[in-house]
Design a protein around this ligand. Structure first.
Ligand SMILES: [Zn+2]
Length: 587
């Protein structure tokens, strides 16, 4: 996005990757590399490796990797231009503004103006809530009645009931900018007409970890106003699946366990009752972006405290694997029939009672056990068998045998099924008993094929990116085109190799071609992974190029199933395809 590679390079050279990463992760030097525990996934033995010579990092555990920019983007939850700014200011390097590309400048400007406009709107709504208007008096009565006291702390406000309350207040700004910020809507019938998106609603500003107001949630105050809640639309700053309500306050509290609830009112109620480690999802399921956000504020464990209805239970079941896979410990709290949500529970039973519940909340396994037991017919043999099998599937994923033992005991006590029977089911799943391999085996074969192709793709790219003469030979052979590499990033990499066949190009320069952390991880994997051993590089290149070409042809044949003439052409092509045979070292 920065036009000038020069500027990027300057900032990168001044920020040694080992120096930057050690500010977040303790690293130890082991035979030329630096290793530590990965900050992006939970681990006890270090698989996170930093290469000072080549200036990139890679985690062999979770697969993330990249250059110093990508590390900062991940750990600080920033986008690329923000990371460049951050690292430039770390070393007091003056960034020339004009070096940003047009699209980057546009996006940065849009984000900045959206944040500023949201900030002004938040102040306007907050002041309106404290005005003498009839609606404001009513809204304050409502807050009183719901005993919401932290109006200032959370910056709550009220949007006026008029169509143009905010529009008039921000009359110095063009309506289209307000639309872009998500504050104003454009009439679909008359494109010249604009109106306030939020009217007569209690306003909850949503603030990100950089303390920017990125959007709003608005709660209806009149029973006839539907829907009950509306949020800002998706803008350059407001992405529901990447935001958590209250994250700005939690960030400061530095708790290891975070309570995740369903909404604005729950967050307010819990915070007010003294539980300051609370965030709310904005009407979406938990996503991997949320997990990253939580890990970035050093969260190690999550207490899921969602509504105690069927929808809440479903949401918990969906969230568990995402959190567990993300290396976060999970406990679950459901308050059953006592109250419909945390807010109501505190009102009925008080904060002290809730504090006991939170302290005693069970791990997600106990939650799943209880649910499974309720859903199984324990009076029939079939029901008991299914119960034991399903429970064993859950336990087979645990790594610690102490944990397994504890949960086998718990399950046995609840169900009356012997511990040995549950153990037998677990070893069936883990071991090679016929009942389990029936399901698992085909999956593994598919994966093995894909793995073979993928290691050919990575191996070939490694060779051509590190050995310009091989890149040149492959280019000249015209055997493999960049588009035939199997995916967008691999294609770009082969193109980079071809374009640089005449000169040396360093890994970090190649990584810098890619700006998203996801793409960079794919690139660092190629440089960090060991190559399969071959007699010589020629043979390796020939073998891998042939494999990739065949896979591409197979794919073309599948895609063109419906197109007879194309199909015939590809089938014919495949039949006549010979292996690549580059012999550059011989001659
Ligand atoms: Zn990792």
């Amino acid at each position: 996005m920065f036009d000038s590679d020069e500027v990027k390079r300057e900032v990168r050279i001044r920020n040694d990757i080992v120096d930057v990463i050690t500010q977040y992760v303790p690293l130890k030097q082991v035979s030329g590399r630096y290793v530590g525990n990965c900050p992006f996934h939970n681990e006890k033995t270090p698989s996170f490796s930093v290469n000072r010579d080549k200036q990139f990092f890679h985690c062999f555990g979770c697969g993330v990797g990249g250059d110093v920019f990508s590390f900062v983007m991940r750990i600080e939850n920033m986008d690329f231009p923000e990371a460049v700014k951050f690292l430039a200011s770390r070393v007091n390097y003056q960034l020339p503004e004009k070096n940003m590309s047009v699209s980057a400048r546009k996006l940065a400007a849009s984000r900045e103006s959206t944040a500023q406009l949201n900030q002004r709107a938040a102040i306007f709504y907050h002041e309106y809530l404290h005005s003498d208007s009839e609606e404001a008096v009513k809204a304050r009565e409502y807050l009183e009645q719901r005993s919401i006291k932290l109006v200032r702390k959370f910056g709550l406000g009220l949007s006026p009931p008029h169509w143009d309350g905010l529009l008039k207040h921000l009359s110095d700004v063009s309506p289209s900018e307000l639309v872009e910020a998500g504050l104003v809507s454009q009439s679909t019938k008359d494109k010249t007409r604009y109106y306030d998106r939020f009217r007569n609603r209690l306003m909850f500003p949503i603030i990100d970890t950089n303390n920017r107001v990125v959007g709003f949630g608005g709660r209806a105050l009149e029973a006839e106003d539907n829907p009950k809640y509306i949020n800002s639309p998706e803008t350059s700053l407001f992405k529901k699946s990447e935001l958590l309500y209250g994250i700005n306050l939690v960030k400061k509290s530095r708790h290891k366990e975070i309570i995740v609830t369903e909404g604005y009112m729950d967050v307010l109620a819990l915070y007010q009752a003294g539980f300051k480690n609370v965030v709310g999802v904005l009407g979406t399921a938990l996503t991997e972006s949320h997990i990253r956000l939580l890990r970035n504020i050093s969260c190690e464990s999550v207490l899921l405290f969602l509504d105690s209805d069927t929808a809440g239970t479903k949401a918990i079941l969906r969230a568990i694997p995402i959190l567990v896979d993300g290396g976060i410990k999970v406990r679950v709290l459901q308050i059953g029939a006592d109250a419909k949500d945390p807010d109501e529970y505190i009102k009925l039973f008080g904060a002290k009672k809730l504090s006991q519940l939170i302290e005693n909340a069970k791990s997600y396994i106990s939650f799943q056990l209880k649910l499974l037991h309720e859903q199984s017919d324990m009076n029939t043999i079939d029901g008991r068998v299914t119960f034991a099998q399903e429970y064993a599937i859950i336990l087979a994923k645990l790594e610690s045998s102490i944990e397994v033992d504890a949960y086998v005991t718990e399950g046995s006590e609840l169900s009356g099924i012997a511990k040995s029977a549950i153990y037998a089911e677990i070893s069936k799943i883990k071991g090679s008993e016929p009942t389990s391999t029936k399901v698992v085996k085909p999956k593994i074969t598919v994966l093995a094929n894909e793995r073979g192709l993928n290691s050919a793709q990575k191996g070939l790219l490694y060779l051509v990116l590190t050995t310009p003469s091989l890149a040149h030979a492959l280019y000249k052979s015209k055997y493999l085109e960049p588009e035939q590499m199997g995916n967008e990033i691999y294609s770009q990499l082969l193109k980079i190799a071809f374009d640089n066949a005449a000169n040396e190009i360093t890994p970090v320069d190649i990584i810098a071609h890619f700006e998203t952390p996801q793409a960079q991880s794919i690139v660092t994997e190629i440089f960090a992974t060991q190559l399969p051993s071959y007699e010589n590089n020629n043979e390796a290149l020939n073998d891998m190029a042939t494999k990739i070409k065949r896979a591409w042809l197979d794919n073309q044949i599948t895609i063109n199933k419906g197109n007879q003439s194309e199909l015939k052409e590809f089938v014919e092509y495949k039949k006549n395809l010979t292996s690549l045979n580059i012999t550059m070292w011989d001659g």
